[in-house]
Design a protein around this ligand. Structure first.
Ligand SMILES: [Zn+2]
Length: 225
């Protein structure tokens, strides 16, 4: 057998193993989350910068943001010239907040608000109300901690955006399903949902937007949990 036939055989085997994807939610049919997807037309847009090596397609949640929040975007890459280049329209970085914890940032205390505006050194701003006022969009970095760090350092324009950190009051719904590096942090969807619900002052929004993740975890982990 020559190499070409080998490749063809390997490709055929891979196709046979790959589960069919739901055309709407893009999850394997057995893990379809469509019934839990909602549509939220709000004031705050979401932009997800996804590291090219972020491969967690089956359990990934970034696409659920696009599917639920019209106007939101998930883009894959390592660096972009500026915010406008990513959004493909004029954008004022000061009207956008980037969610980035950073290794040195002190974690907000237990009594902290769920969304905290911080300065360049990740220290909470004196005036939180002013810090969160007028934010029209939030940016999330999707990937492992080190991938997020790479995205942060490769896109200097992020420093022109406001900087935000999350202090979630409940752990991620991922629980044991999630791989180690992000175990104690929220999924991309949960982080976006929390930030948007705070900025739009809608208490019920978090549960609505994260419903597909809970369904995914239930379907994917029901047996092993
Ligand atoms: Zn589906």
């Amino acid at each position: 057998m020559n190499e070409i036939e080998d490749d063809a055989e390997a490709a055929g085997a891979a196709a046979a193993e790959a589960p069919a994807l739901c055309p709407r939610c893009q999850k394997p049919v057995a893990l379809c989350v469509c019934e839990a997807l909602t549509e939220h037309r709000g004031k705050v847009q979401v932009l997800v910068l996804r590291h090219p090596q972020e491969k967690d397609r089956v359990l990934g949640t970034a696409k659920m943001i696009e599917q639920q929040v019209p106007g939101s975007k998930v883009v894959t890459g390592l660096s972009w010239r500026n915010l406008g280049a990513v959004l493909k329209k004029d954008a004022e970085p000061k009207e956008w907040g980037v969610l980035y914890q950073g290794a040195k940032a002190a974690r907000p205390g237990k009594d902290a608000a769920p969304l905290v505006a911080v300065d360049k050194k990740a220290a909470p701003l004196e005036d939180q109300q002013a810090g969160l006022k007028g934010i029209k969009g939030i940016i999330l970095l999707d990937g492992t901690w080190s991938q997020a760090k790479t995205l942060w350092w490769r896109n200097a324009w992020l420093l022109k955006c406001r900087r935000l950190v999350l202090a979630p009051s409940q752990p991620s719904a991922y629980g044991k399903l999630r791989r180690e590096p992000r175990r104690d942090s929220l999924s991309t969807l949960e982080a976006a949902a929390l930030a948007v619900s705070v900025l739009e002052r809608d208490d019920k929004l978090y549960d609505r937007l994260t419903a597909p993740l809970r369904l995914l975890v239930q379907k994917a982990g029901g047996k092993q949990a």
